[in-house]
Design a protein around this ligand. Structure first.
Ligand code: S5P
Length: 273
């Protein structure tokens, strides 16, 4: 993996424009934090995005948990992303046949393709899901150009996760095969060494997002398992995703700053800075 290189170096060499932008944002803001803003109203979401915006590289949404999703949600998120220079990652975890996910992504009530730079999918349905999402985003008439990318959910943090072994290997296969649209993985570690039936592509540089990051808890009562920013970044995370550790803290802004600082120090230690 390229995890020993700086974000700036990776921004210079990466073939994918959205990956380049992601690394540039991280470098410019000195933040590798993705906040998982799992709140349930538009006002709470936009309020968090505005207050935490300066300290994060990416905001991750679960747009379908909002009780009042509307045009205002989209307009608000887009304008805050521009104001604070962060990217938007809708954690929809597409998992269906190609024909269905194309509609879920590019049509429908939530209009995900319109506002979310990054999406993710499970490869449980097989290669076709990645092919279908890539086809939609790379169609000549797709309105958002090369400003969109996919993360493959290659592993999960929950206890007893079945996203292991052959599933994780297939995730790497498809990432290699659809490299022009796949930015990388949601995984608990770098996956370059994982057995894959597709040979590594020369110069490949998959971006690793690691969720289940929390400074003060080991897990929850529903099987979530946490690690610290240091541990996640040591295992190869390029971006750390924290939800309750930040938004449910007594002071979310202070918490965001703390994750930012620890995430950045762990990154600097990794690249030898
Ligand atoms: O394996 C995973 C993958 C994801 S995307 N485990 C996860 O927890 N997530 C998501 O990360 C989950 O849906 C939630 O939005 C966030 C973790 O939230 P937290 O409050 O436990 O930090």
């Amino acid at each position: 993996s390229k995890s020993h290189l700086t974000y700036s170096a990776r921004a210079t060499t990466h073939a994918n424009p959205l990956a380049r932008r992601l690394f540039e944002v991280a470098e410019a803001k000195q933040s590798n934090v993705t906040v998982s803003a799992d709140v349930t109203t538009t006002q709470e979401l936009l309020d968090l995005a505005d207050r935490l915006g300066p300290y994060i590289a990416v905001i991750k949404t679960h747009i379908d948990i909002l009780s009042d999703f509307s045009e205002e949600t989209i307009t608000g998120l887009k304008s805050l992303a521009a104001k604070h220079n962060f990217l938007i990652f809708e954690d929809r975890k597409f998992i269906d046949i190609g024909n269905t996910v194309q509609k879920q992504y590019h049509q429908g009530t939530l209009r995900i393709s319109e506002w979310s730079h990054i999406i993710n999918c499970s490869v449980l349905p097989g290669e076709g899901i990645v092919e279908a999402l890539a086809q939609t985003a790379q169609a000549p008439d797709f309105p958002y150009g090369s400003d969109r990318g996919l993360l493959i959910l290659a592993e999960m943090t929950s206890k007893g996760s079945l996203a292991t072994g052959a599933y994780t290997s297939a995730s790497v296969d498809y990432a290699r095969k659809y490299q022009s649209f796949v930015l990388g993985f949601v995984s608990t570690r770098a996956l370059g060494e994982v057995e894959s039936s597709v040979a590594p592509v020369k110069g490949e540089d998959f971006v690793v997002f690691t969720t289940g990051v929390n400074l003060s808890s080991k897990g929850d009562k529903l099987g979530q398992q946490y690690q610290t920013p240091q541990s996640a970044i040591g295992r190869g995370a390029d971006f750390i995703i924290a939800g309750r550790g930040i938004y449910a803290a007594p002071d979310p802004v202070e918490a965001a700053k703390q994750y930012q600082q620890q995430g950045w120090e762990a990154y600097l230690a990794r690249v030898g800075g």
